[in-house]
Design a protein around this ligand. Structure first.
Ligand SMILES: Nc1ncnc2c1ncn2[C@@H]1O[C@H](COP(=O)(O)OP(=O)(O)O)[C@@H](O)[C@H]1O
Ligand SMILES: [Mg+2]
Length: 344
């Protein structure tokens, strides 16, 4: 992760010290700023793992489903088999009992409404053990509503230096940036308006090795409008750079609920069934071609890896909620997939 060192330090301090009563630490700001990334960093931080008896993570999202959320939460605590037939109240009760007397950390990622917040928070006891909830949202009204003692944290945009650092890291990984790309690279980073999501998407345009010449970088630089806050332009241009087959594969994500991790095997079977995957002229099977498509989309940073298997290959993937909105809008406009039409 690039940047936000001071923010991380300050938030850790708020999480491990302060009142014994339950407290809510809110991180808010526009989509693509890095709220989920920062919350994940805090959640996995050594000081946090040492401090709390139990850590739980749930993603609330727009299509909020209380039962699914209770299952997500209970999954951190017990085997789910015994809970399948329980009512929502029983599930909440079980959660409450498991957390009673413990010091827990809960992350609620992406809260959309105060009703959802009330529902989520209900089974969480306050036993004066120094438990904490981290809440992320794009809505300021939610943080005001949820505030207990700590003031909400409005996540800032990246500085130009941080933007350039992230772009370099994404494009060149461990390697150095060639001298001739420095100046144009910095200009491109500046045009991303300090939004990490915009930066990783632009980096995706340079993912392939033959995309490392000044001419191509200048072309991309010119195609970006100056200071594109909001990111739609950058998503559009990442999308336009893809071959048509891959564009279809991206739009297909709109048929899954927002923020849902999709198992890779299932996704590839569906792409093949929808005829998105073209048979290769060589001996590669359709599954292998589909895997190539997926790796290409991951390389372009349009698709993010949610889970990996033991050998580091992607096992479940998802797209950022802004890219989900974009795909839904495109799919709707292009009358792509009847199933998506029916969902709206
Ligand atoms: N500090 C960071 N360092 C590296 N990459 C980041 C950072 N913040 C965000 N990103 C990248 O930007 C994209 C959007 O970040 P995310 O945390 O999903 O934003 P938000 O939750 O605010 O919408 C992700 O692909 C993430 O990997
Ligand atoms: Mg997020």
């Amino acid at each position: 992760m690039v940047g936000f060192e001071r923010e991380t330090e300050m938030l850790i301090e708020q999480l491990v010290t302060g009142p014994w009563e339950l407290d809510v630490i809110s991180i808010f700001g526009m989509p693509g700023l890095g709220k989920t990334t920062l919350a994940k960093k805090l959640y996995d931080h050594e000081a946090i793992c040492n401090r709390f008896d139990i850590r739980l993570w749930c993603c609330s999202s727009q299509s909020y489903d209380n039962r699914a959320l209770l299952f997500q939460l209970l999954g951190h605590i017990s085997e789910l088999d015994s809970t399948k037939k329980m009512s929502n109240d029983e599930l909440a009760e079980k959660l409450y009992e498991s957390l009673k007397g413990k010091r827990y950390l809960l992350v609620v990622d992406d809260v959309w409404s105060s009703e959802a917040w009330d529902d989520i928070k209900r089974p969480f006891p306050d036993d004066d053990k120094g438990s904490r909830i981290i809440l992320t949202t794009r809505l300021e009204s939610i943080v005001t509503y949820a505030m207990i003692s700590s003031s909400p944290h409005h996540l800032r945009l990246f500085t130009e230096e941080e933007s350039w650092m992230l772009l370099k890291e994404k494009v060149f990984r461990e390697g150095d940036c060639p001298q001739e790309l420095e100046e144009i690279g910095m200009q491109i980073a500046r045009k991303c308006g300090g939004l990490p999501l915009a930066i990783v998407l632009v980096a995706g345009l340079f993912a392939e090795n033959d995309h490392r010449e000044v001419g191509y970088w200048k072309e991309v630089g010119e195609s970006l409008k100056s200071n594109m806050r909001g990111c739609t332009g950058i998503i559009e241009s990442s999308y336009q750079h893809l071959p048509i087959q891959l564009q279809k594969c991206v739009l297909y994500f709109a048929s899954f609920p927002k923020d849902q991790n999709v198992p890779v095997k299932k996704l590839m079977r569906l792409w093949i069934a929808e005829n998105f995957v073209e048979a290769s002229t060589g001996s590669n099977s359709l599954e292998m071609v589909a895997m190539d498509y997926l790796m290409n989309l991951i390389g372009s940073n349009l698709v993010m890896v949610g889970k990996t298997n033991f050998s580091g290959e992607p096992k479940a993937v998802h797209i950022h909620d802004l890219i989900h909105e974009f795909s839904l809008m495109k799919a709707k406009r292009g009358k792509f997939l009847l199933r998506i039409q029916n969902q709206l």
